[in-house]
Design a protein. Structure first.
Length: 191
C-alpha cells in the first residue's frame, strides 16, 4: 500500500541501547523523516519548520517538532497514515520530569486525541502498569499476547529450536539443553 501511495507508514522501535531512541525528540524526528519520504505535502510542512529555524542552524524544540507532526497528520487529501511504536516498555522511566516514557505516552495520547479518521496507531509493549494506565482508556482495540497461552508456547518452541539447532549446544548433555530451554522460556517474560 505504501509503495503504491495508498498509505503512509512510520515505525519507531525503542531500543534501550541507543541514546537517541530513548528520548521524545528521537521518536518525533524519526516519525517526521519517515513520513516526509512518503508525501510531498508532508515534506513541505517539515521544510517550513526547517526554514523557520534558519535552514536548520537553530534547533526547534520538541514541542515544535510535535506540532509539526500534528500539522502533517491534519493535512487534507493524504492517504491513511499508520504509526507503529514498538518496545515502548524499553523507553526509560527516569527521575526527570517528564520521564522519557511519560513524554512518549503523552505523544501517543495527543495523537489519539486528534481523532483523525485516517490515522491508525499501534503501540507494542510489555504490559507495564504505567503504560496500561495511559493506553487502555485510549485503545479502540487492544490485544494482549501476554494473556495468550499460544504466545508462551511459541516462545518455548523458538528457544527450543535455537538450543537444539545450534552447533555447539547440540553437543551438550540432554539435561543441560532441557534446563537452558526451561530457564530461557520462563525468563523471557513474554518477549
Amino acid at each position: 500500500m505504501c509503495a503504491a501511495g495508498l498509505a503512509s507508514l512510520a515505525y519507531f522501535y525503542y531500543d534501550f541501547r541507543e541514546d537517541q531512541k530513548k528520548e521524545r525528540r528521537g521518536l518525533l524526528a524519526s516519525l517526521l523523516i519517515q513520513l516526509c519520504r512518503q508525501s510531498d505535502a508532508y515534506c513541505a510542512v517539515l521544510s517550513d519548520l526547517y526554514s523557520a529555524y534558519d535552514s536548520g542552524t537553530q534547533r526547534a524544540s520538541d514541542s515544535e517538532l510535535q506540532q509539526c507532526l500534528f500539522r502533517m497528520l491534519k493535512l487534507q487529501g493524504q492517504a491513511p497514515t499508520y504509526i507503529v511504536i514498538d518496545g515502548l516498555d524499553e523507553c526509560p522511566v527516569t527521575s526527570s520530569l517528564p520521564s522519557p516514557r511519560e513524554g512518549a505516552l503523552d505523544i501517543v495520547e495527543e495523537l489519539v486525541n486528534l481523532r483523525l479518521p485516517d490515522l491508525r496507531i499501534c503501540v507494542a509493549s510489555r504490559p507495564d502498569t504505567d503504560i496500561e494506565l495511559v493506553l487502555l482508556p485510549l485503545a479502540f482495540h487492544s490485544v494482549s499476547l501476554h494473556d495468550e497461552s499460544g504466545h508462551f508456547h511459541d516462545i518455548a518452541e523458538y528457544v527450543k529450536s535455537a538450543v537444539y539447532g545450534d552447533r555447539v549446544m547440540r553437543r551438550w548433555r540432554e539435561a543441560d539443553k532441557e534446563l537452558v530451554t526451561k530457564v530461557l522460556t520462563e525468563k523471557a517474560d513474554g518477549m
